[in-house]
Design a protein around this ligand. Sequence first.
Ligand SMILES: [Ca+2]
Ligand SMILES: [Ca+2]
Ligand SMILES: [Ca+2]
Length: 620
Amino acid sequence: MKKRSALKLLILPAVVFLLLGLASPADEEVQTNQTQKIANGDDWSEAVYVSRTGQDCAFPKVTADDAGYAYIIWNQESGQQGVYFTSNEDDSWSTPENITKSFVRVKEGPWPELTLDVYGNVFVVYTAVTDGNYEVVYVRRKGKNWGPHENVARTQEAGSVSATPLVDVRTNDYFVHWQDDIDRPSPEASYWRTYVRFKEKGEGNWIGAGAIGDDSGRDYGPEAVMDVMGKMYAVWGNRRGGLSSVYFVESATPKVNDSWKPPIDISGLTGVQFAEPQIGVDLEANIYVCWMQTAEGNLEVFFRKRINGVWQEAENISKTTGTSEWPSIAVDRVTGKVYVVWHDNTSGNWEILFREYDGTKWLDVQNVSKSGSKSARPDIYCDSGGGIHLVYLELEGNWKVYYQEREGVYDFPIYPPLNLGLTKTAYNDQTGNKINSLEWDENPDNERHTEFQYLIYRKEHGQGDNQYAMIATVPNTTLSYKDKGLPTDTKYWYRLKSYSEFEEESEDPSNAVTENWIWPALDPLLNTQFNRFLFYQEKINTLSWAENPLNDAITVDRYDIYRKLTTQTNAEYTLLTSVGPDIHMYKDRGLPMNESYTYRIVVVDAEGVESAPSEAVSEE
Ligand SMILES: [Ca+2]
Ligand SMILES: [Ca+2]
Ligand SMILES: [Ca+2]
């Protein structure tokens, strides 16, 4: 039996119940005939030993990001004690880090909890002796750096425990909800209420300290959730009669003191001292709660939901003959599926049992741990991809933290590639066709997609954008494409989209590119001849060229012939003359013998658009 210290807060339920549950399994409990079939959970990953320090661990908690990566914390209760953290965000489990402040009284805490903020920062709260009393301590990992520890509760001479971190996804405001006895009428009184503090946009001081109204002062083990509209919902075990009932409260404006609706009892007496309720919420603000309750003398997991504002009947969802303890609940916010886990000794060996509500009915109970050792204290989380993350303890010499998952579907938006260019149009003499070469760059926003495709779309010049048709796909490892066998009498436009492994096209296309409109004349040649007369000599330069087959698609109006003295710069070319589209030769006559000339040709279409100049040709 673990020792209690003098601090009054050590009557805390969590430790006591864990010890009772595991140290003395209630085998003498009455067997009931309402047993549930227990199936093997075969769709779960293998269990991974994530604590890896060889030390004794307790209270594992898990959350996950939108990509399905898990973030886990737990208490380490031997060796270097404290709250430890690991994640597989980089595809392998990071070395467990002690993230606790210098002094933490392990085994009388620290009961860590974690969540992620809007930016994926890890937001942790735990309990530690601070300024001589138990306080709620906050620490955050921004990027990959852990920041300073802050005292959230600041209730001197009063116990502050069982904290839950919450984030308003609209504003990134942080909230902490915890249990405190600051308002006890005398130092000896056992008087606990729950309180809320917040930090605007996740920065600055912790402000507000509204007590959530329950004048009984018998509130234990609070848990809370926040919906996407920033409404907050909380539950706790109210021990008004010694045994607890599950109380539920809500506020649409949890920053405002006295904004809480009166608590309601949603369980009636549970028959247990600490019902340890857990709560979840979906996108439509439906509420899901589970807790521990006795039924016919057997400890069971009960569940109740509020759909469209109406509380449904409470249900016994474990219905096992053995002891069913410490439920944890996760809600798929999108689908409203509900997942509950607990530890259970029905098989004679403590196992982690799991049950899924698929939206209409509860499926068979599954044994997820399936281990010969004692399995205990599960915590479960459902991410936005529907992936389910489970942590729990296995007693293998000492208590170790294990992780299992049921993978979700992670559907990230995919973006088009960048900087599409039509880098070359080539003419194939053999076939009389042309080849357009495209190149593009990766979009760094697609880094989470390990495998996808580029879709290449093409239309003819003059067609509307709705006439782009897909002509090819290439894997994401390819950043170029040659469009071959094209007729020379048509100009084409191209643009690309990306196509994800989830079979979704990028919403936007890349930039569009088209072929060079008009191509220079080819193969210019210059032939110089001399006519010798009696009194003078005449020099004749005969310039010839070939038409460019790539200009098949356009109407050539004329060839403009430019000339300069070979010694002049390119800027000094002047238009010598123009010839019609069917003429590919020009004789420049009567030239002085003592000068040397250079020529080039520009193709001009019917609209007056000019090609680049041809290669220059000079007299030998
Ligand atoms: Ca305190
Ligand atoms: Ca049971
Ligand atoms: Ca087991």
